[in-house]
Design a protein around this ligand. Structure first.
Ligand code: GLN
Length: 486
C-alpha cells in the first residue's frame, strides 16, 4: 500500500480498504527502517501523526470525503510548523519553534492530511545536492553513494523510497525539479504567486515558490488543488481562481505543439539523457503532438543573472538572523557587535555565507547598477524569450538536468554546483510553471524530463505530464535498494 500513488490511496481510504491509522503506521515503520540510511527526515512526528490519522478516520466515518483526507505527507523543513522545530537545514534555526503554521501547512491540515514530519534540505535552500544541510547529507534511494539533488532532497528521497505518500518542496532555481529528476519522481513548481509563500522561510523572495513532490502528475494536481490560491497574508499571491487541476488531466494531446529549445540539446548534455528525452518526444508524437525547435537565445545568461539576483535577495532576507529575536545565539558575547559577528559566523554554513557576501557586494553602492540592475535586465530578456516561444508552441520540453545523480562529495567547487540548474533557473526568473517527471534511466539512475508552459498554465503542464505517465511506466519504477518491506 505504501508504494501507491495519492490517487490510489484516496480511493482505498474511501472504500475502507485501509484506515489512515494503518497507513500512517506503515509509513512510520518504513521511516524507522530506512531513514537511518537516507537521512531524509530531520524531524519525525510519530505521536501527532497518529493522532491526526485517528481524527481523519473519525471525520471519514462522519461523512467527510475530502480527497486527501488521512493521507500521510512530509513537509520540507522550510515551512513553519506550529510547535514543531523548523530548521531550514541550518544551525541558525536548529532550535527554532514557530508560533504559527505556514499557509501551505495550514491548508494541508485543513484538508485532513497527516503530517509525518519535516524533511532535510540544503541550508536555507541553497544547494543542488543536499550536502549543505547542517543535519548532514541526504542519500539517493537509487544509489546511496549518490546525492538526491537539492535543495528539496529530503522530500524527494522520502517520496522515492516510499517513506511518505507525498511531500512539499520549494523551488527558487530548480530545487523541486532537479531532486525530483535525480530521485525518479514527479516535482512541480507552479507559477510565481500561485501558492502562498507565507510562513515559508524566505531565500530569494521574487523567485521562491512552493510545490508538490510526489509519485505522479495526477498526485501533483490533487496536491495543487489544496495548496494553490490567494492568501491575504502574502501580497505576491495571485487573485486568480484555483481550477480543479484534475479536470483536464485526460485532455487529448492531438495537435499539441511542443517546443524543444535548441540551447538545451547542446554541449554538456549527457548522451543517455538526450536519448531518453528524444524517446519521450517520440512518445508524444505518437499521441498526436507536433515537435518544433524553439530558440531561447538568452538562456545561457540565466545562471549568471540568478547568481546576482538570488544572493542579493538572500543577503537582505537573512539579515534578520542576528541572535536577538530567535534562532541561534553565540555563547557569552562580550558586546552587541561580538554577538552579531559570532552568531552569524557560527550559525551559518559556508555556502550561505558565500551567498550573503555575493549579495551584499552586488547591492552595495557603486556596484548596484553594474550587477543587480543588469541582472534584472537579463531577467526581462529571459521572460521575453519565453513569451516569444509560447507564441509558437504550447509547451516547452527538455531535460531537467544535464545528467543523472552524481556521487556525494564529487562537486567541490561552487560554480560546477551552480551549473546544476542550467535548464531550470530560467523558468524561475520568468515565473513560469514547470514539472519534472521520470522519463528514462541510465546506470540504474533515473532521468528527468522538464515540461514548461506559459504563466498560470499549470493545468496544461499537468495534462501533458499525465498523458506521458498514462502511456509509460517510468514513474512506476522503484529503487531496488529500498525493496525490503518492514
Ligand atoms: N540550486 C539553486 C541554488 O543553490 C537553486 C536552489 C533552490 O531552488 N532553492 O540556489
Amino acid at each position: 500500500m505504501i508504494k501507491s500513488t495519492v490517487a490510489e490511496l484516496s480511493l482505498a481510504l474511501a472504500a475502507g480498504d485501509i484506515s489512515s491509522v494503518e497507513l500512517t503506521q506503515a509509513y512510520l515503520n518504513r521511516i524507522a527502517q530506512y531513514n537511518g540510511e537516507l537521512n531524509a527526515f530531520i524531524t519525525v512526528c510519530e505521536e501527532s501523526a497518529l493522532e491526526q490519522a485517528k481524527a481523519a478516520d473519525v471525520a471519514r466515518a462522519k461523512g467527510d470525503t475530502s480527497s486527501l483526507l488521512g493521507i500521510p505527507l512530509a513537509h520540507k523543513d522550510i515551512f513553519c510548523t506550529e510547535g514543531i522545530t523548523t530548521t531550514c537545514g541550518s544551525r541558525m534555526l536548529g532550535n527554532f519553534v514557530s508560533p504559527y503554521n505556514a499557509t501551505v501547512v495550514e491548508r494541508f491540515s485543513d484538508a485532513g492530511v497527516v503530517m509525518l514530519g519535516k524533511t532535510n534540505m540544503d541550508e536555507f535552500a541553497m544547494g543542488s545536492s543536499n550536502e549543505t544541510s547542517f543535519f548532514g547529507a541526504v542519500k539517493n534511494p537509487w544509489n546511496t553513494a549518490c546525492v538526491p539533488g537539492g535543495s528539496s532532497g529530503g522530500s524527494a528521497a522520502a517520496v522515492a523510497a516510499d517513506l511518505c505518500a507525498m511531500a512539499t518542496g520549494t523551488d527558487t532555481g530548480g530545487s523541486i525539479r532537479q531532486p525530483a529528476a535525480f530521485c525518479g519522481i514527479t516535482g512541480f513548481k507552479p507559477s510565481y504567486g500561485r501558492v502562498s509563500r507565507w510562513g515559508m522561510i524566505a531565500f530569494a523572495s521574487s523567485l521562491d515558490q512552493a510545490g508538490p513532490i510526489c509519485k505522479s502528475a495526477e498526485d501533483a494536481a490533487l496536491m495543487l488543488n489544496v495548496m494553490a490560491g490567494l492568501d491575504s497574508k502574502d501580497s505576491t499571491s495571485i487573485d486568480k481562481p484555483v481550477e480543479d487541476y484534475t479536470a483536464t488531466l485526460n485532455d487529448s494531446l492531438q495537435g499539441l505543439r511542443i517546443g524543444v529549445p535548441k540551447q538545451h540539446f547542446a554541449e554538456g548534455l549527457s548522451s543517455e539523457v538526450e536519448q531518453a528525452i528524444r524517446d519521450a518526444l517520440a512518445e508524444y508524437e505518437k499521441m498526436g503532438a507536433i515537435i518544433k525547435e524553439v530558440d531561447l537565445p538568452n538562456s545561457h545568461l540565466s545562471v549568471p543573472a540568478y547568481y546576482v539576483i538570488a544572493p542579493a535577495e538572500a543577503s537582505a532576507n537573512l539579515s534578520r538572523y542576528d541572535g536577538v529575536r530567535y534562532g541561534y545565539r553565540c555563547e557569552n558575547p562580550v558586546d552587541l557587535e561580538d554577538m552579531y559577528k559570532r552568531t552569524r559566523s557560527e550559525g551559518f554554513g559556508e555556502e550561505v555565507k558565500r551567498r550573503i557576501m555575493i549579495g551584499t557586494y552586488a547591492l552595495s553602492a557603486g556596484f548596484y547598477d553594474a550587477y543587480y540592475r543588469k541582472a534584472q535586465k537579463i531577467r526581462r530578456l529571459i521572460k521575453v524569450d519565453f513569451s516569444n516561444a509560447f507564441k509558437e508552441v504550447d509547451v516547452i520540453i527538455g531535460p531537467t538536468s544535464p545528467h543523472t545523480a552524481f556521487k556525494l562529495g564529487s562537486k567541490s567547487d561552487p560554480v560546477s554546483m551552480y551549473l546544476e540548474d542550467i535548464y531550470t533557473i530560467a523558468v524561475n526568473l520568468a515565473g513560469l510553471p514547470a514539472i519534472s517527471i521520470p522519463a528514462g534511466s541510465a546506470n540504474g539512475l533515473p532521468i528527468g524530463m522538464h515540461i514548461v508552459a506559459g504563466d498560470f498554465e499549470e493545468a496544461k503542464v499537468l495534462n501533458v505530464a499525465h498523458q506521458f505517465q498514462k502511456h509509460t511506466d517510468w514513474h512506476r519504477n522503484k529503487p531496488s535498494a529500498m525493496a525490503k518491506e518492514a
